[in-house]
Design a protein. Structure first.
Length: 453
């Protein structure tokens, strides 16, 4: 059997620069161009490694479903070094299962129900502060919001707003920038900056945050996680190993948990601003929820049942994720030679799932570049013909934070569209590497809205 067709690009770096350059434009075409030339499976070299790229949903679903069998997680070297080999996304086997079990359990529906008011408090605090800001920088606001939400879950009330919080957020940004950088440790490179940021985060977390006692009745995710991993360890596992696993888990979950949700909120504001009909329908949905609360004599605070009524909001979130795709590629690695649709995927090669490409494929989404939340309307009635939606991945590594992310974004949109009108200052250019960005961070002028009964 032969390798799939493709192009290996330049020596060493392969097609990395071609890929990154394409992702830094507002309409990345790397994947579509390669599919035209080579088909739905092709070989290339990205981030210094030999890759087979899968662009068809059925192929991708097969790869994701086989995680832990002939395929394992396979993020590039820079990513592993920056987040840590023991983080959930990078670990395998029994330790991965134990870590994942703990995280999934702490984010299950019954637990999320109890977190609605905590997340809402953070959103209200953030949006209230907008009255004194002109213009508001939506990127900064959503980043700090999403960061505070995941920090609250993992660290409780020990990490409040303030200088430590600000410094940590900045360092997480540097870490993120180095995830897919060339892994050369020279001073000033993105990779080196990311490793230094990682070290500072660990130091601050241990010295200034987790060493503080957690207020009584507050959960202590950090300590409970470490205890859970200790219980599930093989005899002889050292405390040093447990500490390293805990550091990697915290760093990976904090990073995965806020950069992704923040850029989804950012792009949602952009798309909604550009589509007044979407804003009008969102406002109608959320004003309806407020009215129903008042008629029922309920509080002005939201609860889980209110959240479950936000149907159109879910379509807006799905459509935002479809278009901006915070995680554009899922990386795996073949642990043996795999025979796949007439080709061989050689042992040791990366198997890269082009999640973003699926969402921009006109075969599944009509006018794929158009923001149209209504396209998700009939999906629940018509599951068999549902277009592929892979923003949260699939298979055993399906994103454990998907429900939390949806909850945060929904509550944010609720308060945004019912409390404020806004205008874009303009001039932003979108790019998508390493995560979706807007060049000016989306600046807006906001005006308080008055709700009429
Ligand atoms: C809109 C927001 C989010 C998006 C688009 C997103 C996307 C994804 C995707 C695509 C994967 C699978 C990667 C792969 O298969 O290689 C994943 C995994 C993961 N996500 Fe999320 N995520 C989001 C929010 C969150 C949040 C809020 C958390 C925090 C709890 C989180 C924590 C994780 C973790 C720990 C994994 C690794 C799971 C494993 O390897 O078993 N994510 N995410």
């Amino acid at each position: 059997q032969q390798l799939p067709p493709g192009s290996m690009g330049l020596p060493l770096i392969g097609e990395t620069l071609y890929y990154i350059r394409s992702m830094k434009t507002s309409k990345p075409t790397f994947m579509a161009d390669h599919r035209k030339k080579f088909g739905d499976i092709f070989k290339t070299k990205l981030m210094g490694t030999l890759c087979i790229i899968m662009t068809k949903p059925d192929f991708i679903k097969w790869v994701l479903a086989h995680d832990g069998k002939e395929i394992i997680t396979g993020y590039p070297k820079s990513f592993k070094n920056v987040i840590g080999g023991d983080s959930t996304l990078n670990s395998v086997g029994a330790r991965w299962k134990s870590a994942r079990k703990f995280l999934v359990n702490s984010l299950r529906t019954e637990r999320l129900r109890t977190r609605v008011s905590v997340v809402e408090d953070l959103i209200l605090e953030c949006l209230d502060s907008w009255q004194n800001k002109d213009p508001v920088n939506v990127r900064e606001e959503t980043k700090s919001l999403a960061f505070n939400a995941i920090a609250q879950i993992l660290l409780g009330s020990r990490l409040q707003s303030g200088p430590i919080n600000d410094a940590l957020r900045k360092d997480f940004f540097l870490m993120c920038e180095g995830l897919f950088a060339i892994p050369i440790k020279l001073p000033g490179t993105k990779f080196s900056n990311a490793l230094q940021a990682r070290a500072r985060i660990i130091e601050k977390l241990e010295r200034d945050v987790v060493s503080k006692p957690q207020p009584e009745n507050d959960e202590d995710y950090y300590a409970d996680y470490m205890e859970h991993m200790r219980q599930e360890s093989l005899p002889g596992t050292t405390e040093e190993k447990l500490l390293e696993e805990t550091r990697c888990h915290m760093l990976g979950t904090m990073l995965a948990g806020h950069e992704t949700a923040a850029c989804t909120m950012l792009f949602a504001v952009k798309y909604i601003s550009e589509h007044p009909n979407v804003l009008a329908e969102l406002q109608a949905e959320h004003e309806g929820i407020i009215r129903a609360c008042k008629i029922g004599g309920g509080e002005s605070r939201l609860n889980w049942d209110d959240y479950r009524k936000m149907h159109f909001t879910q379509h807006v979130i799905s459509e935002t994720l479809r278009l901006c795709n915070p995680i554009s590629l899922a990386w795996r690695q073949a642990v043996e030679d795999i025979s796949f649709h007439g080709y061989v995927v050689p042992k040791g090669w990366k198997v890269v799932c082009a999640l973003r490409e699926v969402h921009h494929d006109p075969a599944y989404y009509e006018n794929p570049e158009q923001f149209n939340p209504w396209r998700h309307d009939n999906e629940s009635d018509n599951r068999a013909n549902k277009p592929p939606f892979l923003a949260f991945g699939g298979g055993p590594r399906y994103c454990p934070g998907a429900d939390l992310a949806r909850l945060e974004i929904s509550l944010f949109l609720h308060h945004l569209v019912t409390k404020y009108d806004w205008e874009l200052c303009g001039g932003d250019k979108a790019s998508y590497f390493p995560l979706p960005k807007l060049s000016k961070g989306l600046q807006i002028h906001v005006h308080k809205r008055v709700l009429v009964d």
